[in-house]
Design a protein around this ligand. Structure first.
Ligand code: NAI
Length: 331
């Protein structure tokens, strides 16, 4: 089975090749994203393997189908960059890796919380400047604070357990709460309660129509002054200009991001010798109480191993016509 792998980085190549030892899939690794411009590269392959910033829209789906591609194996959990209806129309199966390491993402969200709260990023710079003053670095005890988790799936549940360990009061909003979620003992509350009562809000829901810009000027206006907002899920959950206004007024006291709505133009690449063109992103980087990482929450050794393993098992199950063993996504 010949698989065209897009958005390939050295760590993808290493982990996919490792998982493929003794298996015999034929990978070709392409560095660019899969887009309307690069879809032509898939000619002659049986499947494509994609990541978070590849674009599988109507045009790309039609082109893949015209080359007789039958499978899109996503090597990630989210699939908001895939037009599922177009794929269904063109008989393209879409598989994903639903859960590779909830710990990796939840622990990164906690790292952002701790860094922002205790100003670790500022302390790091000060020490390097021979500046040992403490003014401006004061944090707060997490113990007893109200932390809300929006989206109580695999990552949200891991987050709930960790924050309970800090002694926080943990709330969760999820329109489809599972039994596993209910058993954790977090208070399942409506969104209005999340906005009104939280000291920290961490987003762990998928980006779908109902969650697009779930953090907007209206929800921000309902939050406590000085709230901390953490987004390790998808950039489109936050209306960025609205949160910049809230940062300027002090309504938002801390912002931790691992994702950004326009990240496809920036993340995963080295542009250090170029001028940043995105003015909204540039403004975000000027705030001392904003910490941004470039979509690295998933990036642990354990997660990459699990991603490669499940991706290959999806492709093999497809090859063996064992569709029931695949993690398929439907429109
Ligand atoms: P999951 O599918 O286990 O959980 C998602 C939860 O969100 C479900 O419980 C679902 O009921 C809930 N949900 C659905 N609609 C909602 C709504 N309107 N409001 C609130 N909750 C809603 O997914 P998992 O594994 O926990 O991942 C969550 C998200 O994390 C993914 O969708 C992905 O966008 C993001 N992610 C980010 C990574 C990173 O490296 N930054 C890596 C992996 C995932």
């Amino acid at each position: 089975m010949k698989v065209a792998v897009f958005s390939s980085k050295s760590y993808d190549i290493e982990h996919l090749n490792q998982a493929n030892e003794g298996r015999g899939l034929e990978f070709t690794f392409f560095e660019p994203h899969l887009t309307e411009q690069t879809a032509v590269l898939t000619k002659g392959y049986d499947a494509v393997c994609c990541f978070v910033n590849d674009v599988i829209n109507q045009q790309v789906a039609a082109e893949l189908a015209s080359y007789d591609i039958k499978l899109i194996a996503m090597r990630c959990a989210g699939f908001n960059n895939v037009d599922l209806e177009a794929c269904e129309k063109h008989n393209l199966l879409v598989a994903r890796v639903p859960e590779y390491s909830p710990n990796a993402v939840a622990e990164h969200a906690v790292a952002l919380i701790l860094d922002l709260n205790r100003n670790i990023h500022r302390a790091f710079s000060r020490i390097r400047e021979n500046d040992y003053s403490l003014s401006g670095l004061m944090g707060f005890d997490l113990n007893g604070k109200t932390v809300s988790i929006v989206g109580g799936g695999k990552i949200g549940q891991t987050m709930i357990r960790i924050m309970q360990g800090f002694g926080c009061r943990v709330l969760c909003y999820d329109p489809y709460p599972s039994d596993a979620l209910k058993e954790l003992g977090a208070e399942i509350v409506p969104l209005e309660t999340v906005w009104a009562e939280s000291d920290i809000i961490s987003l762990h829901c998928p980006l779908v129509r109902s969650t697009y810009h779930i953090v907007n000027s209206n929800s921000l206006s309902q939050m406590k002054k000085g709230v901390m907002v953490i987004n390790t899920s998808r950039g489109g959950l936050i209306d960025t200009p609205a949160i910049i206004t809230a940062l300027k007024s002090g309504k938002v006291g801390y912002l931790g991001l691992d994702v950004y709505e326009e990240e496809a133009e920036l993340f995963f690449e080295d542009y250090s010798d170029q001028v940043l063109q995105d003015d909204v992103f540039a403004r975000l980087t000027t705030f001392k109480n904003v910490v941004i990482t470039g979509h690295q929450a998933f990036f642990t050794h354990e997660a990459l191993q699990a991603i490669a393993e499940v991706t290959l098992s999806n492709i093999e199950s497809f090859e063996n016509n064992e569709l029931d063993k695949m993690c398929l996504v439907k429109a």
